[in-house]
Write a protein that binds this ligand. Structure first.
Ligand code: GDP
Ligand code: MN
Length: 336
């Protein structure tokens, strides 16, 4: 009858109202962790700190990705530490492995050249697969399709401070596309032709390069040379739709065709950083000072009031921000 109908309506609208009041606003976001099964203990260490310092209050889900299936123990022990939900995905073969069109002789020669220069991971093909995957594929993975923002977490990192705000909502509300905690110079041996390839891209696709971008972060001479500055991508909070945009996809495709992920050892850090600084404005890129963070060998430890507020467990003397090798000053200069 009509009367009971009215009562039911009132009830459900009341329930909806209560839900809105008690449930804080959230972004459509997840933590993303690329890992091998043998990374379990380092992953547990990282996510336990993430839960304690941030996520037990904010409640975001996790996505784990691997080029091989995760073992039952990996799933069991990680999900025991996580206060929310987690999904575990396998990476499609072609998103991970060296493409057929890479000339293997040239790739072998490239690895040997870096080995002779004593460069880290010089001879590793899996490392190159990882860098290429992080540069151009993770944001297209089936499990990430439903999300707008991600926070990348690696094994064996440290989170030093309590966070009393939601960085994902900060990104969304302030229209940020990329955020970092540490910015530094790259060893240029690994990216010998990356800047020239980028300059070719700029010449061929001027329509993708917005006016007022953050080019100054990358170059002190208007783009003639690359200063090696990059955001350290083992920590990232960013907008997945920025990587999925036609501009960034065109940039990644251009780099991929040039083959430098295998002929050299292009890292996802310089690739993401050049992508972000070239295709976004400085005000769309954010430095999260509040997030105390360490990935060996560098630490961002917020000094002063921020340290106190976050009850940070790091020594502010270890802070990377103002040492010579840091590129925070170049980021700040890009606003000028
Ligand atoms: P580094 O920080 O540059 O020294 O490189 P890492 O060894 O920390 O690797 C970066 C990220 O990729 C970490 O999250 C690793 O767990 C992950 N990773 C590296 N190599 C592989 C691999 O071969 N397979 C998988 N599934 N993950 C990898
Ligand atoms: Mn690492």
């Amino acid at each position: 009858c009509p009367e009971s109908h009215v009562i039911i309506d009132l009830d459900s609208s009341h329930a909806a109202l209560t839900k809105n009041v008690t449930q804080p606003r959230k972004a459509n976001a997840a933590f993303v962790i690329l890992a091998r099964n043998q990374d379990l203990s380092g992953v547990l260490d990282s996510i336990q700190q993430n839960e304690d310092r941030f996520n037990k209050k904010f409640g975001y889900p996790y996505v784990f990705l691997n080029d091989e299936p995760f073992e039952p123990d990996f799933i069991k022990y990680t999900s025991e530490v996580i206060s929310t939900t987690a999904e575990y995905g396998v990476i499609p073969h072609d998103h991970w492995h060296q493409p057929k069109w890479i000339n293997e002789d040239r790739a072998t020669a490239g690895r040997q050249k870096l080995e002779a220069q004593d460069v880290m991971y010089a001879e590793s093909v899996p490392y190159r697969n990882m860098c290429r995957f992080n540069s151009g594929f993770f944001f297209r993975h089936e499990l990430l399709k439903k999300y707008d923002y991600y926070w990348r977490i690696e094994p064996d990192i440290k989170f030093f401070c309590d966070l009393d705000f939601d960085p994902f909502l900060f990104m969304q509300d302030n229209k940020k596309v990329y955020a970092f905690t540490i910015a530094l110079h790259e060893y240029v041996e690994t990216i010998e032709t990356l800047w020239n390839t980028t300059k070719e891209f700029i010449q061929k696709y001027p329509q993708h390069i917005p006016k007022g971008n953050a080019l100054r972060f990358l170059s002190e001479d208007g783009g003639a040379t690359y200063n090696g500055c990059h955001f350290w991508s083992n920590f990232e909070i960013a907008d997945l739709n920025f990587w999925r945009s036609p501009a960034y996809m065109a940039y990644f495709e251009y780099l991929d065709q040039a083959g430098g992920f295998y002929y050299e050892r292009w890292g996802d850090a310089p690739v993401h950083s050049i992508g972000a600084a070239l295709l976004a404005r400085p005000d769309q890129i954010h430095f999260f000072n509040e997030i105390g963070y360490r990935h060996s060998p560098w630490t961002h430890c917020p000094p002063g009031e921020t340290h106190k507020k976050g009850k940070c467990s790091c020594d502010p003397k270890d802070n990377f921000d103002r040492i010579d090798w840091s590129c925070l000053k170049d980021f700040e200069a890009s606003f000028a």
